[in-house]
Design a protein around this ligand. Structure first.
Ligand code: ADE
Ligand code: ZN
Length: 341
């Protein structure tokens, strides 16, 4: 067996959590076609191949334009159920044992699909997936940062009756020009309600946005955070606080945040003492689920078994599971790595 084969098998069997996954970004072209047909929605593509060919992005906005168009086939509760169940089946194949997934309610309410329809289908699938695969979950509701503060407050109000099922809030969509400070009051309100707080920061935006996310939004976890590495004081702060970064290597490559996979910051982050994790972001659009992300950087960055094990342990320690559950998962990661021949 080659070193790559051995590493691939190790990654495949390593227990892991996924902490950065937009459920709408797991909509595979095959399901997009099926739902378009089922719901009588027109899509501007003639075949699955044509859809895949359109997934050629030069930046985040290029992708977002297609991503919001793609979710237009999601109309009914069962569509959200099918979407989420398809992701969980795929996650189970990658030995993902816990997921913390995002959904974009405003991507649906803006086109007349109710908050309840979207969240109802997603939660029903998450419950069924826990039963079927033993995959535990947390659900995070994201605000679209290109929309207004007022729209975010309206979404928070719509979430009110679901708050016992929503773990936290996040911030996604077009980053540059929409700094975290725009949502400081919304985040304060979410914090008051006992919600956990995460935000995309430093994907395309400058290190200042990461500072704002930490100091103004008071987030519990940073999504992406790539550009934090440009600022030494920020790196020290992130490491000292034990902040988790949810890095998405194949997403970074597809959205030209990095020009080659060899430039993924994951290994450097570990060396700097940052709790980095590996995630798939929008796997249907970026060419791979969590193990594909691990495999891509394992060979490109020549990650050791110890580094891969650290990344899997980080995915649990950086999760919103209880301390006891984190410890139980991390013990399994360690036992697996120790016994692995
Ligand atoms: N929405 C879905 N994926 C995203 C990403 N990588 N960055 C910002 N917003 C997103
Ligand atoms: Zn994301």
């Amino acid at each position: 067996m080659t070193q790559t084969d051995t590493r691939t098998e190790f990654i495949a069997r390593l227990p892991k959590a996924e902490l950065h996954l937009h459920i709408e970004g797991s909509l595979e072209p095959e399901l997009m076609f099926e739902l378009a047909q089922r719901n009588g929605v027109n899509i501007p593509f003639a075949s699955v191949e044509e859809v895949r060919a359109a997934y050629d992005f030069s930046n985040l906005q290029d992708f977002l334009d297609i991503y919001y168009q793609g979710m237009g086939v999601l109309l009914k509760e069962e569509d959200f159920f099918d979407l989420t169940m398809a992701y969980l089946e795929r996650a189970n194949m990658d030995n993902v044992r816990h997921v913390e997934i995002f959904f974009d309610p405003q991507g649906h309410t803006e086109r007349g699909v109710s908050f309840d329809t979207a969240i109802g289908g997603i939660l029903r699938a998450l419950d069924a997936g826990e039963e079927r695969f033993g995959i535990t979950y947390r659900l995070i509701m994201c605000f679209l940062r290109h929309l207004s503060e007022e729209a975010a407050f309206e979404t928070l109000a719509e979430a009110e009756k679901w708050l016992d099922r929503i773990e936290g809030v996040g911030l996604d969509s077009s980053e540059v020009g929409h700094p975290p400070s725009k949502f400081a009051r919304v985040y304060a309100a979410a914090r008051e309600k006992g919600l956990k707080l995460v935000a995309h920061a430093g994907e395309e935006g400058p290190p200042e946005y990461v500072w704002e996310a930490l100091d103004l939004l008071k987030i519990d976890r940073i999504d992406h955070g790539n550009r934090a590495l440009e600022d030494g004081a920020l790196v020290e702060r992130i490491a000292a606080d034990g902040q988790t970064l949810t890095v998405c290597p194949l997403s970074n490559l597809k959205l030209c945040v990095i020009d080659r996979i060899e430039h993924s910051p994951v290994k450097r982050m570990l060396e700097l003492g940052i709790r980095a994790t590996v995630n798939s972001d929008d796997p249907a659009y970026f060419g791979g689920y969590v193990n594909a992300n691990f495999n891509a950087i394992a060979s490109a960055l020549d990650l050791s078994v110890a580094e891969l094990t650290q990344l899997a342990a980080n995915s649990f320690s950086g999760s919103f599971l209880s301390d006891a559950d984190k410890a139980a998962h991390i013990a399994k990661v360690s036992a697996f790595a120790r016994d692995y021949q």
